[in-house]
Design a protein around this ligand. Structure first.
Ligand SMILES: C[S@@+](CC[C@H](N)C(=O)[O-])C[C@H]1O[C@@H](n2cnc3c(N)ncnc32)[C@H](O)[C@@H]1O
Length: 300
């Protein structure tokens, strides 16, 4: 979700708008900066040597970041922190319309930053993630007749390419354009075909009874569960791998890829569970041994 893991010298605050995974990295030093009074919409003064904050949107976002960086350790990220910021703006006396504008900018800027970050991580050969296909997925497709597969948040395409090489007709999408472009180049070099789209999950049309397989590998599952249930063909199956909540005790991980005990089972309770694992394993993102959850389930 997912570069998911960060060192303890940084704080990560995740801002999720609808289902987009958004990560904001907070250097510790920045958290010590003084807050600007909100009502006056001040020009942010950059620290010596810091890049200039150029646009009003960037200034709005910088104010949010500065405020978020001063929240107590353990403050939940995601939509929670955005709601807290909304409450803070209201307490500062901002009008409702101005608050809505600020929040919309914060979310939009956060999304852009997250996408740029994924572009950097996923196109770096040295980034700490498994560049090979997800092993659970590879195990779950064994013996299956290839059909149509959808890779949600495909990243640089490690899973999409693997499926295509196994004879699946693969579509993958992701908002990180450079990662998608890398997947396309790799597919061409490997002589396989994949359909791709540079879109977020709330923009992509999943369709109805369209896919024999849907892959959710270290991406948001909660926000996509209903779409997946609708979009699977009868007899189609979903493969999920992500983090158990316990994994957040050792690393900062965005909430969208973190699940409680048996949460995936509840989420897909209308499906026939073929395999569910809640186990200590080396996670594909971060490459550390941690508590990982996996689900393979079929639509009746
Ligand atoms: C941890 S990576 C996983 C990539 C890939 N699924 C894999 O396992 O290699 C998370 C991916 O989610 C993508 N992502 C972030 N927000 C998204 C959204 N709203 N819809 C779809 N993908 C998104 C990121 O761009 C990134 O490629």
């Amino acid at each position: 979700m997912m570069g998911v893991l960060r060192t303890s010298r940084r704080r990560i605050v995740r801002v999720a708008a609808a289902s987009l995974l958004v990560w904001i990295v907070m250097p510790a030093a920045q958290a010590q900066q003084q807050q600007q009074p909100q009502q006056q919409q001040p020009q942010q003064k950059p620290a010596p040597g810091a890049p200039l904050v150029r646009t009003p949107e960037e200034q709005t976002y910088a104010r949010f970041r500065e405020w978020a960086g001063r929240q107590p350790p353990g403050t939940p990220g995601g939509p929670d922190i955005v709601q807290r910021y909304r409450a803070k703006l209201a307490a500062d006396g901002l009008a409702a319309a101005a608050i809505d504008r600020e929040i919309a900018i914060v979310v939009e800027q956060g999304q852009q930053i997250a996408i740029e970050r994924w572009n950097r991580i996923l196109t770096s050969p040295n980034a700490r993630f498994n560049h090979e296909p997800n092993a659970f997925l590879a195990g779950m497709i064994k013996g299956r007749t290839p059909g149509t597969a959808l890779d949600v948040g495909m990243g640089q395409g490690r899973n999409a390419l693997y499926l295509a090489k196994q004879g699946w007709t693969v579509t993958g999408f992701d908002p990180a354009a450079e990662a998608v472009a890398l997947a396309e180049r790799e597919a061409k070099a490997a002589g396989v075909s994949i359909k791709t789209a540079t879109l977020r999950d709330d923009e992509f049309e999943f369709g109805t009874a369209r896919w024999d397989l849907i892959v959710l590998s270290y991406v948001d599952v909660r926000g996509n569960a209903e779409r997946v249930l609708r979009a699977l063909k009868p007899g189609g199956f979903v493969v999920v791998e992500a983090f158990h909540r316990d994994a957040t005790k050792q690393s900062s991980i965005g909430g969208a890829v973190v699940f409680d005990t048996n949460e995936l089972l509840t989420m897909f309770s209308s499906l026939r569970v073929l395999r569910y694992e809640d186990t200590d394993a080396v996670a594909d993102f971060g490459l550390e041994k941690t508590r990982v959850v996996r689900l393979c389930a079929e639509k009746p």
